[in-house]
Design a protein. Structure first.
Length: 279
C-alpha cells in the first residue's frame, strides 16, 4: 500500500514499492491498493486532516481488498503508518479478544486532528476508537487497550502523554528490550493473547545504524528534527524479538511502515535524467 498522504511525504510511495521488491516470495494472494502519484500539489485539508478524503478512500479500498480474500493473516507493506488501519481493523474483527497488538514505534501514533494534521500519527488512537469519526467508523471492533503494547518508544510529547494516560496504553522502552524479549512474552501470557498483530514502524530503529529513515533525509538543515523523538533500537534486536514472539504466539499480522530509502530514490531520479536510459 504505497500510501504517502498520511505523512504528507511523497517518498513513502517509493519506499513501499522497494519493500515489495525486497520481500521474500510467498504463496498467498497479493493486492496492491491504488494510491495516486504525488503531483506536487498542496495538500487539501478537511476536518483538520491533510489529504483526508484520499486517505479515507484508500482505507476503504484496503478493507475491500482484504475482505475479498478473508485471510487468516496479513502482511502489509507501506507507506506511512496509516496503512495499518484496515489490516488491524480486520484482524480485530476476526480474532476478537484473543488478539494482541504490538506497536513497534518510536512514537505512539495516538494524536488526532486536534493535535496534528498528519493522520499517520493518529492510527493507533483510531483503532482504539479515539479520533475522526469517519476513520473510527472503519474499525467496527475497537482494540482493547489492555492488549496493546507500544515497544521501543523512549520519549513522547505533552499531548501524547495525556492521551496515553487517557487510553491506558502500556509501553516498554528500548533499553528494556535490548537483550530480552521477556517483558513482551510476559504481557502476552498475562493477557491470554493467542494471536498477535505487529506494527513495525522502521523509525523505531536508530537512524545512526539504519539509513532509510525520515531523520536521514539528505539536505536537511542542522536541528531540523529537534524535538522529534528518534528510534534507539537495532535491527537485529527487533528481528530477535519478533522471532521469539513468533515462537510463542500465532503472529497473524505484520505491517512494515515508513521506509524512506533516500539514496535509492536519488539514484532512481538521477538515472531518469540520463538520455541513454530513455532511448
Amino acid at each position: 500500500m504505497p500510501q504517502w498522504q498520511g505523512g504528507d511525504e511523497p517518498a513513502y510511495s517509493f519506499g513501499s514499492e522497494l519493500l515489495r521488491w525486497l520481500a521474500p516470495p510467498h504463496d498467498g494472494p497479493e493486492e496492491t491498493v491504488a494510491v495516486p502519484e504525488p503531483d506536487g500539489s498542496s495538500p487539501p485539508v478537511s476536518r483538520g486532516i491533510k489529504w483526508c478524503a484520499a486517505l479515507l478512500s484508500q482505507a476503504r479500498a484496503a478493507r475491500e481488498a482484504i475482505e475479498r480474500h478473508a485471510p487468516d493473516r496479513i502482511v502489509t507493506l507501506g507507506g506511512d503508518c496509516l496503512v495499518d488501519l484496515a489490516p488491524m481493523a480486520y484482524l480485530s474483527r476476526r480474532y476478537g479478544e484473543k488478539l494482541g497488538v504490538l506497536w513497534l514505534d518510536a512514537h505512539p501514533d495516538v494524536m488526532s486532528a486536534a493535535e496534528f494534521s498528519h493522520a499517520h500519527a493518529h492510527v493507533l488512537a483510531l483503532l482504539l476508537g479515539r479520533g475522526d469519526e469517519a476513520f473510527t467508523a472503519e474499525v467496527p471492533r475497537k482494540l482493547d487497550a489492555r492488549r496493546v503494547m507500544i515497544a521501543g518508544m523512549q520519549g513522547w510529547n505533552a499531548d501524547e502523554d495525556l492521551i496515553l494516560k487517557e487510553l491506558g496504553i502500556r509501553h516498554i522502552p528500548p533499553a528494556v528490550l535490548a537483550d530480552s524479549s521477556r517483558p513482551i512474552l510476559d504481557w502476552i501470557e498475562t493477557e491470554g493473547i493467542t494471536h498477535l498483530a505487529v506494527h513495525f514502524d522502521l523509525d523505531v530503529l536508530d537512524p545512526a545504524h539504519f539509513s532509510p529513515l525520515l531523520f536521514n533525509r539528505p539536505g536537511m538543515p542542522e536541528g531540523a528534527f529537534d524535538g522529534i523523538e528518534q528510534g534507539r533500537m537495532q535491527l537485529d534486536q527487533v528481528v530477535r524479538l519478533l522471532k521469539e514472539i513468533g515462537a510463542a504466539v500465532d503472529m497473524v499480522g505484520l505491517a512494515i511502515a515508513e521506509h524512506l530509502p533516500w539514496d535509492m530514490l536519488r539514484l532512481r531520479n538521477s538515472l531518469a535524467e540520463l538520455p541513454i536510459m530513455k532511448s
